[in-house]
Structure formats: C-alpha cells, structure tokens
Design a protein around this ligand. Structure first.
Ligand SMILES: Cc1cc2nc3c(=O)[nH]c(=O)nc-3n(C[C@H](O)[C@H](O)[C@H](O)COP(=O)(O)OP(=O)(O)OC[C@H]3O[C@@H](n4cnc5c(N)ncnc54)[C@H](O)[C@@H]3O)c2cc1C
Ligand code: FES
Ligand code: FES
Length: 467
C-alpha cells in the first residue's frame, strides 16, 4: 500500500491544468507512475492528490506532424520502441527507448514522465537532442512550443510552469544522408552514461555531426564546439580529435565522482563512446531485437473504464484475474501486489525489492509484464491479469513450467513466479524469440541462484525451438 491520496482522472488538458492551479503543491500529475510510486513508497513525497492524465486524448498517440514525428506525452517506452514510424525516422531514439531499465518499467513509464522528471540518469532526452526535438507545453488557456534543450533544466527541473502539462514531443528525422547511433554504459538499471551521435559521412569524411551526452552532467548536453571541429575531418581522425578535447568535455559536462564511477572514468568513457558512436553512425543500420505486438490493449480488447474527474479515495475496480471476473471497491493507493496477495490470497506473486528492479512481483496485465509492487491496482481496470496461479490448466502444467522443471530453471524458487510470468509475456509478444531476445527481455528479472541457462532453455523449449 502506498500512502493515502485522492485520485482525479480528468479527460481534458483544461481540467487537468485547472486542478493543478487549484491544488498547487499538494497535487502531482500522474502518467505511468513509475517514478511517483517509488518516491511515495520511500516517503520522499506525500501528495494529497494524483491527477491521472492518461485519459486525455491529446496526450496519446504517435504520428506524423509537418514532417516531424509527433509523440504524445503519455506514450509508453514500450509503445515507442516498437513504433514503425519512430524506428524508421528516429532509429537511435527507438534504440535508446529499448534500453530503458527493463521490460516492466518500459511498459509503465511514459516519455512525458521521463522528460518532466528529468532524472539525470535517463536515455530519452539525450537521443532526442540529436533530432533537435521540441516539446509542447499547455495549460487551460494556451499552448507553447519550445526546444527540448531549453525545456530540460538542471537535474529534476524543467521549464514547466505550475499549471502546465507537457502534451507532445515533436522530433524531425535527420536530414537526408545522415545516420545515427545511441550507446550507453550501465552498472545498474539506470544508465551511467549515454551518448547519441548523428553524422553525414561521405567517402570516409565527416561532412556534419551532432553529438549529445547524457548522465554525466546534470542534464543532457549537445557538444556544438566539438561538432564544428569534426566537420570536414576524416572519420579515421575522429577518435584523436575527441581525445584531444578532454578539457572542453570536462568544462561542459562537469563530471563528478559518485557511486557510478569517478569523474575521470566517466570522461574517459564519454570519449570512447563518442568515437565509437561516430563510427557506428557511418552507414549504421539498427537491429531491433524485439518485434511483435502482443498486448490485448493494442488489440483493443481491454474494456473501457469510466474516468472520474472528481477527487476519489476509492475506485470501483472491475477486471479478470486468471480468467475469473472480479468487481469491487478498492482504495486508490492499493498496489496490484497487495490486491493479489492480501485481497485475493494469490501469494504466488512475490514481494522483494519493491522498486521495479528485481522482477519477483512480475504479473501479466493486458498482455504486458508489469511490476505489481509499483503498479496501482486501479490501473488494471477493464483488463485481464494473469498470475503464476493462472498458468497451469487444471492438473496440466504450462509448457513453460514443464521446461523450468526439466531444465532446472528454478533453484530456491523465489524468483520463479516472476521469471515464468516475464517469459509468458515474451511468448505472447513473440512466440518464437531468439536467444538474444530472451536475454534482452529477461535481463530485468534477477535470479540470485543464477538459474539463467535453465530459464533460457525452458523458454526455447516452450516456444518449440528446442527439444
Ligand atoms: C527502476 C527504474 C529504472 C529506470 N531506468 C531508466 C533508464 O534506464 N533510462 C531512462 O531513461 N529512464 C529510466 N527510468 C525512468 C522511467 O523510464 C520513466 O521515465 C519514469 O518512470 C517516468 O515516467 P512515468 O510515466 O512513470 O512518470 P510518473 O512517475 O507518472 O511522473 C514522473 C514525474 O513527471 C511528472 N509528469 C508526468 N507526465 C507529465 C506531463 N505530461 N506533463 C507534466 N508533468 C508530467 C509527474 O508529475 C512526476 O513529477 C527508470 C525508472 C525506474 C523506476
Ligand atoms: S520489482 Fe517488484 S518486488 Fe522487485
Ligand atoms: S531460483 Fe533462486 S533466486 Fe532464482
């Protein structure tokens, strides 16, 4: 259970903005809720009101607008990384989105939430800077469009006014003949360093380049001076030029020593990734590991939920769990994990880190894997939820469960329900995933016993690709 709050679910920008102005500091806009749930759980914030903005139609969808890709603030990382238009026109950004945290955070977190929270250890902003992206900010009276670079302030700060929402992000494709790359280094789930490079390279010579670095400084930075210096240089000289500009990089990025590494290490790795990024941008074509669309949301099967713009302490929840319908009132602050374990006594789903990191609490909601510890139960309204108890069909175990037993995919077993449910969601998305896709998908589900080879073998077997 998170601390108590009241939930509002406006359906227009005007309503949301008016509530922000009326409630002031006591209210927070709530998109995916991934950051907010963490902050509230750890007592760092205690808002009296959450304003759920996902029902505002202008904040959703991905499309083309005046030659640019236009992405609604409430589009999730999951949706963006798979979107064909984003992959075609903003491939380095699609790749950056596919690197965010783990599949569960990507299914829940939104682009707008990412940019507005402006955590320095983020990917999206860095990759969008090489596209010279802009953002639209709106309140109940007007909308304004500003460059993303101007929007992102020092860490956790933005150009948003108190009553404004970020509504859309517009990112033009690179000019003809350019290509791009996004590279990141990470020790934990959030990146230690992210580098985006775009360049036009003809016959081994850099005609023009755009470079951006994130995570080292308080906000992502474009490196315009270095870009100018690289203009006209042979690609083979790029590494030398980047290495010679250590002082410039130190001045602009101001790296600090912290738990993720020393300032010197971060500077060194920035230079390595900048040179590598330019090399990769030379005729780079992206290979996206994840492919299909498996969620019932996108298939349009989730039942519409009535939204209540008035402050509410309770929610009339109606959903199916393991194929059985359930309806009743729940407090709005109840997490899906508490709903399943305490209310329905489905204790197969495990509680561990409660921070979206370990994956022990993974369940499938509307075809997507979510961390039930950090997902509010009301969000599952109108959807179907599958837990580990719903995998077997009577006495017959699911092929995944059979594979876990046969290949020793479980040892102590604590992570196993989460691993099974993450694997189930993967097979819903792609019934025949390759080994690389399995590794990518499951990297956010931690097994302290190290049963990974058995888990991967079980998934391959359940997908009919291994005997
Ligand atoms: C364990 C973990 C690992 C992560 N790893 C990464 C990573 O590797 N790379 C990365 O880039 N990100 C990472 N993130 C961040 C994540 O990707 C999301 O960006 C983040 O969850 C915010 O999105 P949200 O929709 O959940 O925002 P919320 O939690 O709903 O909101 C975040 C903040 O933004 C405000 N807000 C939200 N939407 C709007 C809007 N439209 N207008 C104005 N204000 C708004 C909210 O009021 C709140 O202050 C990680 C998060 C977690 C929990
Ligand atoms: S991710 Fe939910 S308990 Fe670890
Ligand atoms: S089997 Fe023990 S943590 Fe995975």
């Amino acid at each position: 259970m998170l601390p108590k709050f009241k939930l509002l679910q406006p359906t227009t920008i005007a309503e949301a903005s008016a509530e922000l102005r009326r409630l002031g500091d006591d209210a927070k806009l709530y998109a995916g809720g991934a950051e907010l749930a963490l902050l509230m759980r750890h007592g760092l914030i205690e808002p009296g009101y959450l304003i759920d903005i996902k029902g505002i139609s202008e904040l959703n969808g991905i499309g083309e607008n005046d030659g640019a890709v236009s992405i609604g603030a409430c589009a999730t990382h999951h949706l963006i990384e798979r979107d064909p238009l984003v992959r075609r026109d903003l491939p380095a950004f699609a790749h950056a989105e596919s690197q965010v945290a783990n599949v569960r955070v990507r299914a829940q977190g939104t682009l707008g939430g990412n940019l507005c929270f402006n955590d320095p250890h983020s990917d999206a902003g860095t990759a969008l800077l090489i596209h010279e992206a802009s953002v639209t900010l709106a309140n109940d009276k007007a909308a304004r469009q500003i460059q993303l670079e101007e929007f992102l302030g020092a860490m956790y700060a933005t150009a948003l006014a108190e009553d404004e929402l970020l509504t859309r992000v517009e990112a033009p494709p690179l000019p003809p003949g350019w290509s791009s790359a996004y590279l990141r280094v990470h020790r934990f789930q959030r990146p230690t360093l992210g580098v985006a490079a775009a360049a036009k390279i003809t016959n081994g010579r850099i005609e023009a380049a755009r470079l951006a670095v994130g995570c080292v400084s308080a906000k992502p930075e474009r490196l315009r001076e270095l870009e100018r210096e690289l203009q006209g240089a042979p690609l083979s000289e790029a590494e030398r030029i980047v290495r010679a500009r250590g002082d410039y990089l130190r001045d602009i990025l101001q790296p600090v020593d912290d738990l993720l590494g020393s300032a010197e290490y971060k500077l060194y790795m920035t230079q390595v990734l900048l040179a590598r990024g330019l090399e990769q941008a030379d005729n780079h074509s992206f290979e996206f590991r994840v492919s299909g669309f498996g969620s019932e949301d996108r298939a349009g099967n989730a039942k519409p939920v009535t939204r209540n713009p008035e402050p509410a302490t309770h929610f009339n929840l109606s959903l199916t769990v393991n194929g059985k319908a359930w309806q009743g009132e729940i407090p709005v602050e109840e997490t899906l994990l508490d709903f399943l374990r305490e209310r329905l006594r489905l204790t197969g789903t495990k509680r561990s880190c409660e921070s979206q990191v370990c994956g022990a609490c993974t369940v499938v909601v509307g075809g997507l894997p979510v961390s039930s510890c950090s997902y509010l139960a009301f969000e599952a309204g109108g959807k179907s939820v599958t837990t580990v108890e719903g995998l077997a069909s009577g006495e017959a175990l699911d092929p995944l469960q059979q594979g876990f037993i046969r290949h020793l995919g479980a040892q102590c077993g604590y992570c196993t329900p989460g691993q099974l449910m993450a694997a189930k969601a993967l097979l819903l998305e792609n019934p025949r995933p390759g080994e690389a896709e399995i590794a990518e998908w499951l990297k956010g589900n931690i097994c302290r016993c190290g049963a990974y080879p058995g888990i991967a073998a079980a998934i391959l077997e359940a997908s009919g690709q291994r005997k």
